[in-house]
Design a protein around this ligand. Sequence first.
Ligand SMILES: Cc1cc2nc3c(=O)[nH]c(=O)nc-3n(C[C@H](O)[C@H](O)[C@H](O)COP(=O)(O)OP(=O)(O)OC[C@H]3O[C@@H](n4cnc5c(N)ncnc54)[C@H](O)[C@@H]3O)c2cc1C
Length: 359
Amino acid sequence: MVAGGSLAAVSAANALRAAGFDGRITMVSAESRAPYSRPPLSKDILSGTHGPGSADLPLADGIELRLGVRAAGLDTAARRVRLSDGDELPYDGLVVATGARAHRLGGGFTLRTMDDALALRDALDAAGDVLIVGAGPLGMEIASVCLARRLPTTVVDHMPPLRRHLGRHLSDLAVRAAREAGVRFVRPRAPATFAADGRTVYADGRALTADVIVTAAGDRPNVEWLAGSGLEITADGLVVDARLRAAPEIVGAGDAVVRRGAARTPLWTAALEQGRAAALTLLSPDVPAHVPRPYFWTEQFGLSIKVCGPVPDDAEPLTVSGAPAERSLVLRWPPGDAPGCAASVNHPMPIAKLRRLAA
Ligand SMILES: Cc1cc2nc3c(=O)[nH]c(=O)nc-3n(C[C@H](O)[C@H](O)[C@H](O)COP(=O)(O)OP(=O)(O)OC[C@H]3O[C@@H](n4cnc5c(N)ncnc54)[C@H](O)[C@@H]3O)c2cc1C
């Protein structure tokens, strides 16, 4: 059985079939939509250039999909999952891929699901201005779409924009592009808070408001349904080992999980690769440990940024190709500053080559 209905779940189910598993696979998803990919939500879907169907994730044949139903409880001794509709599903193997939800600070919009994206897109159609709380990749991608729609846009965050995800060098580049496009940044000394009405944001006591307010302040793993199961749960999610195993016959993948002793990686490629690896562990418990290959991308303000490996916060990269003025670059951080990192900006270098450069 697979709990969850997005990338990690689909990747695990498809990998089970691809590896020759011909038993029953049931996928239980809280969403009423068939599986889709989330990165387009803050890009093509929000901008309106693509419709919802463009984000569909292909599912292998013979997988039973139960939509609009949550996994609500787990009995590991009886090997049964209790569902929100009162049903119970027995399992021989279980994949936990229930992902994460947007962290909500107050009222207004968040962006995690297709319905969120369509509702925000409609609201932007009627808006005169926008306030975004959170200057990480998601907040900045939303800001980019808003500016492309010529909406005055303010981004508020007490942390330097994009710094934690891109390091100083790349975040400076991206923030410069955002400022040139017209983003107004507000950087309070303390985290911004919402007023009780949910429609006003306070930044160091200063009241900020806009027609549309969006919170893009991180996510929370959907693991509450595992409470009382005996599995190890932390604020970062279900704890799994190097083979993505949480217990005998139970594996986990994607945004819902964290590898013991490692940082959480709530990223698209990690969910895809963990889904595959978790499925192989279910079929053959002695498979080699999964080797994470950190990779992520973001698209904003005319920049397509791809990063392989953890970006060192403050180190100067070597320029492998291009020039900052052209905004088409390949960068590499020399060994010693970080275990292998390379990045490209508006450059056609294939990911495999970027990974080799990072290594
Ligand atoms: C707007 C947006 C843009 C993004 N852009 C990028 C990007 O550019 N690059 C990048 O690397 N990453 C990006 N990401 C991150 C990436 O999309 C996620 O890492 C990825 O979706 C994780 O997949 P997942 O299957 O683990 O979890 P999720 O995508 O969260 O899916 C979990 C699924 O499980 C369902 N579920 C939850 N609880 C239950 C339950 N109890 N029972 C059954 N089903 C349940 C949920 O409804 C959901 O369908 C983006 C994320 C968002 C939201």
